[in-house]
Design a protein around this ligand. Sequence first.
Ligand code: ADP
Length: 663
Amino acid sequence: MSKLLSEKQLQNILFKDSPDSIFIIDIEGIIVNCNKASIKELGYLKREITGSPVTRFLSEESIKTFQSKFSGFKKFEKQEGEVQVITKKGRILDIWRKGVPVKGENGEFIGAVIFDRNITKIKDAEKALLNNKNNLEKEVEKQTNKLIELNKELLSLIEDLQHEREKNLSILKALPDIIFIIDEKCVFKDYNVADAAQLFVKPEVFLGKRLDEVLPDDVGFDAMNRVRDALKTNKIQIFEYTLEVKGKKQWFEARIVPKNKNEVLVVTRNITESKNAKREIVSALEKAEKSDKLKSAFLANMSHEIRTPMNSIIGFSDLLSTVTSDEKRNEFVELIKKNGSNLLMIINDILDISKIEAGLVKITKTQFNINEELKYLYDSFSGHPKILSGLIKLKLRLGLSDKNAMINTDRTKFNQIMTNLINNAIKFTNEGFVEFGYSIHLKKGSPIVKFFVRDSGIGISRNDIDIIFDRFRQADINDTSALGGTGLGLAICKGFVDALKGTIGVDSEKGKGSFFYFTLPYSKSSDNESIEEETFLPKDVNWSNKTILIVEDNVSNYKLLEAYLSFTEAFVLRAANGKMAVKICKKIDNIDLVLMDIKMPEMDGIEATKQIRKINKSLPIIAQTAYASDSNRDECFEAGCNDYFIKPVSRNRFIAVLSKFLD
Ligand code: ADP
């Protein structure tokens, strides 16, 4: 280089053609020279520049900076820094200024050379960059904040979703329903079930299969049609079907809900319990309605049954006073008697059935001889016109010797059951036979007595057999009306047999006769060997040497008993109340028997018996009452009575009871 250019030449070139502005200043800071670049940059003429202080072209701010630095030159320190230069046109330029102090020949300060490099573009770019950076940072911050907000929202949304999902899951788990997803080809796609045991078949068997491949044919086809309908109409389809699950028929309800164009949700529920409950309610309702109807029919029937004999009794009683001939009077009396006993029978039946209905049947067990009872019944029924006339042959079959025929049960109820069954047998048999009796059987190792009444009568149809023991049922059976009866007899028998812990039943065929039976527990006790009671048959009775006191406040009742006794030739006394009876017993000591009415004015039969017992312990006292209750009977025995009968009593029974004490 030194070969090519001289120092001077180089300085010239550098000064003249430098792209940077160069100023040469003196010790006062006055510009003494400047190059081309500076003239171009400042836009002033050279002569305008030279001779001016270098600070003239600086901004106010830069003047201060420069002046502070200018003092450094004097100490021969190079200075550099940023200043702002103002051009002639007033533009402000950012300049990087470097100042180099110049020494004189004697080493004194003679000025400085100033190099200015225009860095406005770089500065602007820097500024723009900074601005951009700031904007960018702001934007980033804004976006970050937005993101944070979004994130928060998202988190709470996720939380909500989680809750929702958990809620849905727990709902799904708690649902008794099984949910299937089925596609448009009727293929099982998915399912949800709380307990897998509810499934008809295992998931691996049905998933991916078509409905008709899994379900029984009829259900499968039906279900497929419903799925197609649901997809076609976009409407819920509901249908019920049955499946056999573990050998049991179960009812289901399916709701097919369109999910989208290609899938349906099938919500199925086991409705067997509600179906059964519904069926039970309907049948209970039907039963209640039927029973209500039966009760109404029964009441209508009863009212008719009671009115008929009542009308006759009232009618003929009225007529009695008007008739003059004995023949007519007797005829009317007979009719009144007949209707009276009919009425009594009906009232007794109603009382019995009410007790059974109310669960008030009271059982009083005593030891008695069934052979004796049945023989007595045989004798009583032998007087029935159908038997007397020979239309029906009456037979008795006893299963035990008289000695062993003791049984411990309620005697009154036993008699009532037998009487009812025999009465029915005779009533529903026009000709042939009626046989009754008993035999001994073993049931689960224990002996039982099976009583029966067999007849060759009209028999009972299959339909009626199931209902004849039901209460209020006679109203249903058409052909009985002609034969009369309350329709309560068998229901009463059943009520009593139940109370006696036995069973009652019938074998019968229409037109071929009937076989009614009932069982009672039988225990072979020591009594069955020791007791030998004589069976009474009221034949030749002669009590001409006996005195009988009838205690009875009602004249008609007294007259009836007196009439019953007339053929025995007994001597009969009467007391109209308990007080009189006690008085007579105290006065007359040859009384052989007392017939004691219970309900009387002044002193009742119970009190009178107690008083008589104080003076005579052995005198037989037989109570007679219109109340057929068991407590009544107990009260009589406790007061000291020896026996008891319910009014009205038949003559035979009356004589039979008295014979036990008089013969
Ligand atoms: P009732 O005889 O007063 O009608 P029951 O309760 O005694 O009432 O009998 C009910 C019904 O059972 C009778 O109406 C009759 O249809 C039928 N029945 C009872 N016993 C016999 C029998 N021995 N033979 C045929 N039918 C009978």
